[in-house]
Design a protein around this ligand. Structure first.
Ligand code: FAD
Length: 410
């Protein structure tokens, strides 16, 4: 029996990789390792509806497709290390597993305020179904909740907690919540809507200390003021899960760097022919943004990168002579994200965060509206509250952008 394609990470990127391998004609063995005990499930509901009640796997599980029924799912097993030269991975139990090709789909985990808050009663981070279950139990009416971090997850949890009847304060280091991805005008509008519903914001500061020895009793902010609370949610960003690749010739700084075929790169920039990365863990060049490698943590990217990696891998395993032409194809997936907070439905395409200005395109800022985001005259992103069909109109324009690398202005 031939060696399997081993996929590490049993979530959206891992699942879509297995599916896309089958669709691309690869019929050989596939083994997926996942350190969570659950079959792949959808994470976006975890910060939204799921927090309101008991969270069940069935409610968020991805459907299993017939084409991947023969995939071997090895769940609850952590991959501890890899030997890319020797083409094998090792589980936490010391089992060595040889592979024909490896797909890295290990995503992210939440950054924590300090090692002390990990396991401290009342302190929560949110990435997994089990995290959501634990947080949901703590979000009871009247609970005083401090959310450290004012990005999407922080604000979504704020909305969910407020709807449950918690007293909610969001602490953020920027001047406005979600400022990067939304721009000042839209971010200000969304913050006002949160305030109208009773959420307090402490912006331009951060949680400097957590009070309470055995359980959370409050937080001290950088300005010395204290906020008493029973629940602390740490939503301050993420770390790429790449430590298990340590000791191999890869560039894992700020995500695992790949070429545009999603092949993992050595430090000298040459690709490993049989190692791919997909989803949140990958830092890949996107032609829309001048091929500057970036890791984009939006839901559609695991699917797009899995399709790309699996097509290239399947051709390679089949010795398909068309491979060089496919590797050379332009890879330009349009990032897309959405966020639901109360009745605010945000939808965006592109990367508004790289823009140097925003412009109102439709609607009114305090109601449903659409903003365009620009670098010079180029539209790099579009984001709307409601007005879905109006937002969709600009998707193509955003995907045509390709002149200015991320981080530079026209
Ligand atoms: C609470 C929440 C809400 C979100 N809401 C939205 C939203 O509204 N809109 C949007 O666009 N995006 C949203 N996202 C982002 C979206 O869910 C992610 O982009 C997507 O889950 C990334 O998929 P992935 O497979 O790349 O990584 P992940 O989903 O992180 O999966 C990686 C898997 O690999 C496992 N793993 C890690 N290391 C190992 C190892 N060594 N061995 C074995 N297994 C390992 C992890 O435990 C995990 O199961 C949200 C994310 C979260 C957490």
């Amino acid at each position: 029996m031939s060696l399997p394609v081993v996929i590490v990470g049993a979530s959206l990127g891992g699942l879509r990789s297995a599916e896309a391998l089958r669709r691309s004609g690869y019929a050989g063995p596939i083994t997926v390792f996942g350190d969570e005990p659950h079959a792949p499930y959808n994470r976006p509901p975890l910060s939204k509806d799921a927090l309101a009640g008991p969270v069940s796997h069935a409610a968020v599980a991805f459907p299993q497709r017939a084409a991947t029924a023969d995939v071997l799912w090895r769940l609850g097993i952590r991959i501890e290390s890899a030997d890319l030269e020797g083409r094998r991975v090792r589980t936490a139990d010391g089992e060595d597993v040889a592979y024909r090709a490896l797909v890295v789909a290990t995503g992210l985990r939440p950054k924590r305020l300090s090692p002390r808050t990990v396991g401290l009663s009342g302190a929560f981070a949110l990435r997994t179904l089990d995290d959501a279950g634990a947080l949901s139990d703590a979000l009871v009416p009247g609970a005083r909740v401090v959310i450290a971090g004012s990005g999407f997850i922080g604000c979504e949890v704020a909305a969910s907690a407020r709807q449950i009847g918690c007293q909610v304060t969001v602490v953020g280091s920027a001047q406005l919540p979600m400022l990067g991805p939304l721009g000042a005008a839209l971010a200000e509008g969304v913050m006002r809507r949160h305030e109208t519903r009773g959420v307090s914001f402490r912006m331009g500061t951060h949680v400097a200390d957590v009070l309470g020895e055995h359980s959370v009793e409050g937080v001290r902010l950088a300005d010395g003021s204290e906020l008493p609370c029973e629940v602390l949610v740490e939503a301050i960003g993420s770390v790429h899960n790449t430590e298990w690749l340590r000791g191999n010739d890869v560039d894992a700084e700020l995500g695992l760097r790949t070429d545009s075929a999603m092949r993992v790169l050595r430090a000298d920039g040459s690709p490993w022919a049989d190692v791919f990365a997909v989803g949140d863990v990958a830092r890949f060049p996107n032609a829309i943004y001048g091929d500057t490698p970036a890791s984009i943590e939006h839901w559609n990217i695991p699917t797009e990168t899995a399709k790309r990696a699996s097509r290239v891998l399947a051709m390679q395993l089949a010795d398909d002579p068309g491979l060089p032409a496919v590797v050379a194809e332009r890879f330009a997936p349009v990032p897309s994200f959405w966020s639901d907070q109360y009745d605010i439905h945000l939808l965006a395409f592109g990367l508004p965060a790289v823009a140097d200005r925003a412009e109102l395109l439709a609607g009114r800022p305090e109601e449903d509206c659409v903003y365009g985001y620009y670098v010079g005259d180029h539209m790099v992103g579009v984001c709307g509250i409601g007005m879905r069909s109006e937002v969709m109109k600009y998707r193509d324009e955003v995907s045509r952008y390709g002149q200015v690398p991320i981080g530079e202005s026209a």
